[in-house]
Design a binder for this molecule. Structure first.
Ligand code: FAD
Ligand code: NAD
Length: 476
């Protein structure tokens, strides 16, 4: 361990990978006096993903939904080492992780390997492309902060609006440039389409009056309906709201290729159609990161699910149960890959780790007492040691590790036009609600779950600024 590592030889080393929903929730609850804690993440901040589509259209400032991970760690009881680096390899046999500095400015050392006793693996997932040609090259994703920033720039500036407004632009080219295609009718695609529509209605109509009527939004979904995880009436409500908002939904339609200026679709009747577009957003779900696939390949007998890491009921990685825990989107469980699941898993694991630290201490103490009892010549001393062995055994038996249990708090999504939908658990059943009141609930729910008072203040101020002055369309 280097000089900044919180190293105490009496304590086990806990390495936490990632600073997303799962890892952050773990760090909030973790008792850092139990372990030497090291956090490794290529981003030194936590990103509040539910509001990412709002950043993409400029409703919120990009800084408003992020918070430095050190904001949590600096308030912990013992020093936590935070390293901005990308883990490149996990060795589950020698219990080491290797990570590298991915920033542009590098010091003399830019890659290193450290040992761990326990590893919390929370690296999330990346955008699924299904290796469809052209997606990586021409589509804009909606997963990370830089995706939302890229969207802002491409939509307003280089690709779409300003180019379409250029004098003498061919009408067909204007039509193409102003056609926005969103692929994926999951919550990300639906929320982004809704936010885009708001932007168009609230701001672009007055900023670009000559173009506003020509902007089109098309949402493409391979399945028979959008939002399959919501109840039927909310799916219908979303589809009718989109119809009113003039967002075209193409269901049972699969993207086969993305080109620089168009998208190739397989229509419900299996015919192939090429649709011109100015900007395409790809929100077609998740897949495991390369480091996750590499780690799983090292434990081929236990890790057989292509969707992600298989864990047992205690979130222990199968094949590495004694030392690796996996949480959030990198796992393949019966739960949906959501922030709600990841954060509950993180908090649960923090509590488990506390019990485990107590258990590990007792096991060590027990080993020492047993060898003392076996070797000490004095009978009185022996009896005393044996009595203490019994006490420790009883204490150890009391430490019961409970399996993880998920408690679903409901699903919420914003669908544009100041309307949201919510499926909420209610008296052993489900309450499905949609509309403006649900939107106010959506806003208050997210405002209260934001990371810090700073985030809450910034987001509330951004909402107020947009209400007063509209969104900012100026770009560098
Ligand atoms: P993440 O939050 O993605 O965190 C992964 C962390 O690992 C990141 O800090 C990343 O930088 C780090 N990392 C990556 N690679 C490495 C590496 N090699 N080494 C070390 N660290 C690494 N869910 C909901 O429940 N409600 C919502 O409203 C909602 N809205 C969403 C909106 C959008 C636009 C998106 C994209 C997702 C949304 N989700 C929502 C899903 C939710 O964001 C994810 O389920 C959640 O982020 C999963 O948490 P995680 O900790 O597993 O991964
Ligand atoms: P998703 O997996 O939920 O949806 C992706 C959609 O893309 C699927 O419906 C799929 O059929 C479609 N698709 C895939 N390939 C396609 C193709 N070639 N052509 C056309 N359509 C294609 O992905 P997501 O929306 O990014 O959500 C990821 C996770 O994050 C989910 O668990 C979701 O619940 C969660 N999330 C939740 C919220 C919320 O609660 N408000 C918001 C965003 C994300």
């Amino acid at each position: 361990p280097g000089p900044q590592m919180p190293f105490d030889p009496e304590k086990k080393t806990l390495v936490v990978l990632g600073s997303g929903w799962g890892s952050t929730s773990l760090l909030k609850t973790l008792d850092t006096t139990d372990y030497n804690v090291v956090v490794v993440s290529p981003k030194n901040f936590f990103l509040f993903t539910p509001l990412l589509p709002s950043v993409a259209v400029g409703t919120l400032n990009n800084r408003s939904i992020i918070q430095s991970i050190r904001y949590i760690t600096r308030h912990k009881a013992r020093n936590v080492s935070v390293i901005e680096a990308e883990a490149t390899d996990v060795d589950p046999f020698n219990k080491t992780i290797t990570f590298k500095d991915t920033s542009e400015i590098k010091g003399a050392v830019s890659s290193t390997t450290i040992p761990y006793d326990y590893l919390v693996y929370g690296v999330g997932a990346e955008t699924q492309t299904f290796n469809i040609p052209g997606v990586k090259e021409h589509a804009c994703f909606m997963k990370e902060l830089h995706d939302a920033e890229r969207f802002q720039n491409e939509f307003i500036d280089c690709k779409c609006l300003e180019t379409a407004a250029f004098p003498g632009q061919d009408p067909q080219e204007v039509e193409r440039l102003l056609h926005m295609v969103v692929v994926g009718g999951g919550p990300t695609g639906v929320e982004l389409s809704g936010e885009l529509h708001d932007y168009l209605e609230d701001d672009l109509k007055s900023w670009y009056p000559e173009l506003a009527g020509k902007i089109r939004i098309t949402l493409v979904e391979a399945l028979p309906s959008v939002l399959p995880m919501f109840s039927k009436q909310l799916i219908d409500y979303t589809e009718s709201t989109f119809k009113e908002s003039k967002i075209d939904i193409l269901t049972k339609t699969m993207v086969k290729e993305v080109k620089e200026r168009s998208v190739v679709l397989q229509m419900p009747d299996k015919s192939i159609k090429e649709m011109p577009c100015g900007l395409l957003v790809w929100a077609a779900g998740n897949r495991g990161r390369k480091i996750t696939q590499d780690l799983m390949a090292k434990l081929p007998d236990a890790q057989t699910n292509k969707r992600g890491i298989m864990v047992d009921d205690f979130l222990r990685m199968k094949g590495a149960e004694d030392s690796i825990f996996a949480i959030g989107d990198c796992t393949a469980t019966s739960y949906a890959p959501t922030a709600q699941v990841a954060s509950q898993q993180g908090a649960y694991l923090a509590r488990q780790l506390h019990h485990m630290a107590k258990r590990d201490q007792l096991v060590e103490k027990l080993g020492k007492l047993e060898s003392l009892a076996a070797t000490v010549p004095d009978e009185e001393e022996k009896k005393k040691a044996l009595r203490e062995v019994e006490v420790s055994k009883k204490q150890l038996a009391k430490i019961k590790l409970r399996p993880f249990e998920y408690s679903h708090q409901g699903s919420l999504a914003y669908i544009g036009s100041d309307k949201a939908i919510a499926d909420l658990p209610f008296m052993n059943g489900n309450l499905a609600t949609g509309g403006v009141a649900t939107y106010l609930f959506w806003r208050s729910a997210y405002l209260s779950t934001l990371f810090s008072l700073r985030n809450r203040t910034l987001v509330a101020t951004d909402w107020l600024k947009v209400k007063l002055f509209g969104r900012d369309v100026a770009r560098d």
